[in-house]
Design a protein around this ligand. Structure first.
Ligand code: BGC
Length: 259
């Protein structure tokens, strides 16, 4: 039952990652999934058409015919993909929603950055719930994704993972993939994460950082080691944040610029 006692408001989100394309039906009153997620492997090479076909399979698995939100791991401005740091370069210049819509005729598709989607979901339903002010979510994975949200409104495409910090891109310094590749301990890695957090907080003074990505599951091992000044909390929605945020974006214009 929804907050008003009626049926829940339902949405649909798809999270496109380097290894999997995951989708699910979302209860937009609570930010939880209705039923299970469904996941297919990301096709290789992950060209726009191949990924669009996989997305269509996920959507068809649920028989969903309403609007859908899709995440993309790069900059999406006015619907056009601008960067492809960790995915097939063929995406650059594509109108992502159109390519995906071609595989799903008649369905309205909204595409947004993956970290932006996770940030929206965490801010409304997860670790940011009840917090006001400026929230910065960072996802630590192959790269570093970022989302900036101010009282519910998203400032899209912030890309803090590509900030230069001490002569090096933030994600080349402190993504969790760097920790793995270098065989670093949490102590060693959090020194790099601290430098990135300090660079961000010196520039925009957030009220709260939310740490997401797979490594946030082990947050108790490393968040206490950080030495920056802004509080850092672990993401709460785990691997459904992207799906939930994508569904939110499909339902309403969530960007700060549209308000
Ligand atoms: C991309 C971001 C993305 C992040 C996580 C970065 O390399 O530039 O847009 O959010 O990886 O996928």
């Amino acid at each position: 039952m929804g907050a008003t006692g009626s049926a829940p408001r339902r949405g649909f989100g798809i999270d496109v990652g380097g290894s999997g394309v995951k989708g699910g039906i979302v209860d937009l009153d609570t930010g939880s999934l209705i039923g299970d997620r469904y996941k297919l492997l990301t096709p290789q090479p992950a060209t726009p058409e191949a990924v669009a076909a996989t997305i269509a399979e996920v959507v068809e698995h649920f028989g969903w015919d309403g609007p859908l939100g899709v995440t993309y791991p790069g900059v999406v401005a006015d619907g056009i993909v601008r960067t492809a740091a960790n995915v097939d370069k063929a995406w650059i210049g594509c109108h992502a929603a159109q390519v995906i819509g071609d595989a799903l005729p008649g369905q309205r598709v909204t595409v947004l950055n993956d970290a932006d989607a996770a940030g929206l979901a965490e801010e409304r339903y997860g670790a940011g719930r009840g917090h006001t002010g400026v929230i910065v979510l960072l996802t630590f994975g192959t790269g570093i994704g970022s989302a900036v949200i101010h009282n519910g409104a998203l400032l899209p495409n912030t890309e803090f993972g590509h900030l230069e910090v001490g002569g090096k891109e933030a994600e080349h310094r402190a993504a969790s993939s760097v920790k793995e590749a270098q065989g670093w301990s949490y102590e060693r890695w959090t020194k790099e994460v601290t430098r990135v957090l300090v660079a961000i907080e010196n520039a925009i003074w957030p009220d709260l950082f939310i740490a997401g990505g797979g490594i946030s599951r082990k947050a108790d091992k490393w968040i206490p080691l950080l030495q920056n000044r802004t509080p850092v909390v672990a993401a709460a929605l785990r691997n459904s944040a992207g799906i939930v945020g994508a569904a939110m974006a499909a339902e309403a214009d969530v960007t700060a610029t549209a308000r």
